[in-house]
Design a protein around this ligand. Structure first.
Ligand code: GDP
Length: 481
């Protein structure tokens, strides 16, 4: 199963080389077939096997999705309180946790896990997530119906009695692959958050996957991109290799397959893109995220950004003597898109290019759609703006992102670009070196397990498995290359 090497013509291109099903009504979700046209053609086409698996998944989802007889049958089974062998449909219920970038990474991870294990992925949609994404699967819905019998899904946490780790600890689940389905609970909660414990991490072990396969319903709460962890599980190896002959394209393909901004968000994206970005010869996205655990002044962080840009030759240098050199003037224009919670970065950069000519003669416009000041994940409109900005970043030709930020991971993954990653500032000073080029466009799995299930001892999994390496921004993290 080789990567599909044919060049797409404009007609197939809107379906991204067959990644998208053509069975949707275009008007109800304009972004679905138009978003890819805002970018240069991706050199990474989906493999024919991935396309086959996606169509197969869509069939399963249609058969088992909400409001089908098989879904109702499964709800009856859930209410019985125990798992049943050979049910027609098994489910994975995703619940939201943390910011939108984290959520999108975990939806993509959950979806891949659902495909690998023949489960149907359902999304517990809280009010802050309404009107963000279109339905990704034709003739069905991925939204968990509100009358789902398990309540308080957002209250699940490390200590929940129903978590896989706690069930193992309390011997509610026997650590034995031959355990029959009917002795297993109807559902189990997978706690895959950054604070997950040793027994929760058994999720990435071969034997535990055999047990989990017998449980009809899985609930998942996570804030980490755990896809690289799925590559550590032996029974998924072959499928993953066939689906993704180029490992670093996993999120690139899954993100473009799953996430389609609704018409409300698409309106914001296209209005901004047309007004501020489309007219330039080149677009440079700079994603500025300042984490409170590593504070730095706007002045110093901008210094770091400019050091990075100078070192890597990303933004035109300015001419310090301010005089116009008529022979150097070209018609070339660059648009810088800054995304940040704070206005200072674009204000300062804008003044810099207003007050000085560039040594190349290029003109530089500096644009920033919003400056929300504070993260407000519980507000729907705030999330819509965040989503719009991730998309705008993904239409850039060059990206500078902030290390550790999942917001940036989404932009780079959708774009299919290896960004320059700003390294974490220390002691309020710019990091030195200021940035490093990403080795792949994949997001980082920031908190991977450190337990080698086969050898039954701790190990550096970043060094153990092919196609997995340590992240540039997160030392203990791992990513696909
Ligand atoms: P991370 O915390 O950087 O890994 O990214 P998340 O997306 O998970 O959480 C950060 C949240 O803060 C975003 O989802 C937004 O709600 C908000 N935020 C951070 N940076 C920006 C930005 O540049 N623009 C906008 N509109 N919101 C931002």
């Amino acid at each position: 199963h080789q990567e599909n090497s044919r060049t797409p013509n404009k007609q197939t291109d809107k379906f991204i080389g067959g990644l998208l099903s053509p069975s949707f009504d275009e008007e109800s979700c304009l972004s679905r077939y138009r978003s890819a046209l805002f970018r240069k053609d991706s050199p990474h086409l989906p493999s024919s096997y991935l396309i086959e698996r996606l169509r197969k998944y869509e069939e399963l989802h249609k058969k088992c999705g909400p409001n089908t007889p098989l879904y109702h049958k499964s709800i009856i089974q859930l209410n019985l309180g125990q798992s049943i062998e050979l049910m027609d449909c098994n489910y994975l219920v995703w619940t939201p946790f943390n910011g939108l970038g984290n959520r999108m990474l975990t939806i993509a991870s959950a979806f891949l896990y659902a495909v690998l294990t023949n489960r149907v992925l359902l999304i517990h949609q809280t009010v802050d997530m309404v009107d963000l994404f279109c339905e990704p699967f034709p003739d069905s819905t991925w939204i968990l119906p509100p009358d789902f019998p398990i309540k308080n899904l957002t209250k699940l946490y490390q200590g929940s009695e129903t978590s896989y780790g706690n069930m193992l600890k309390n011997k509610r689940i026997k650590d034995d692959v031959s355990v029959p389905s009917n002795s297993l609970p109807a559902y189990v909660y997978l706690h895959l958050e950054h604070d997950y414990q040793h027994l929760d991490k058994f999720f990435f072990c071969e034997k535990d996957q055999v047990i989990l396969q017998k449980i009809n319903w899985l609930l998942l709460q996570s804030d980490i991109y755990f896809v690289p962890g799925l590559f550590l599980v032996p029974q998924f190896e072959d499928e993953l290799r066939w689906m993704f002959p180029a490992k670093e394209t996993v999120f690139h393909h899954l993100g473009r397959y799953l996430f389609h901004p609704t018409n409300t968000v698409w309106g914001m994206i296209t209005r901004y893109h047309t007004a501020y970005l489309a007219g330039s010869d080149e677009r440079i996205g700079i994603q500025v995220r300042v984490f409170s655990r590593n504070p730095i002044s706007a002045e110093n962080y901008l210094k770091q950004i400019l050091m990075c840009s100078q070192q890597e030759n990303l933004l035109p240098e300015i001419n310090m003597n301010r005089t116009l050199n008529p022979t150097k003037s070209t018609m070339k224009s660059k648009a810088v898109l800054i995304t940040s919670l704070y206005p200072e970065y674009s204000e300062k950069l804008k003044s810099m290019y207003y007050e000085h000519t560039t040594v190349t003669g290029e003109t530089v416009s500096v644009n920033q759609p919003t400056h929300e000041v504070q993260q407000q994940t519980e507000r729907q409109f705030h999330n819509q703006k965040a989503l719009a900005e991730m998309y705008l970043l993904s239409y850039c030709d060059v990206l500078i992102t902030t290390g550790w930020s999942t917001f940036g991971y989404i932009g780079q993954g959708l774009a299919g670009l290896k960004p320059w990653i700003l390294l974490t500032p220390r002691d309020q000073k710019p990091a030195d070196p200021p940035c490093t080029r990403a080795v792949s466009m994949e997001p980082c799995f920031q908190v991977p397990p450190t337990y080698d299930c086969r050898a039954k001892k701790n190990a550096d999994l970043g060094a153990l498995v092919r196609h997995v390496t340590h992240c540039e921004d997160v030392e203990q993290g791992i990513k696909l290359v």
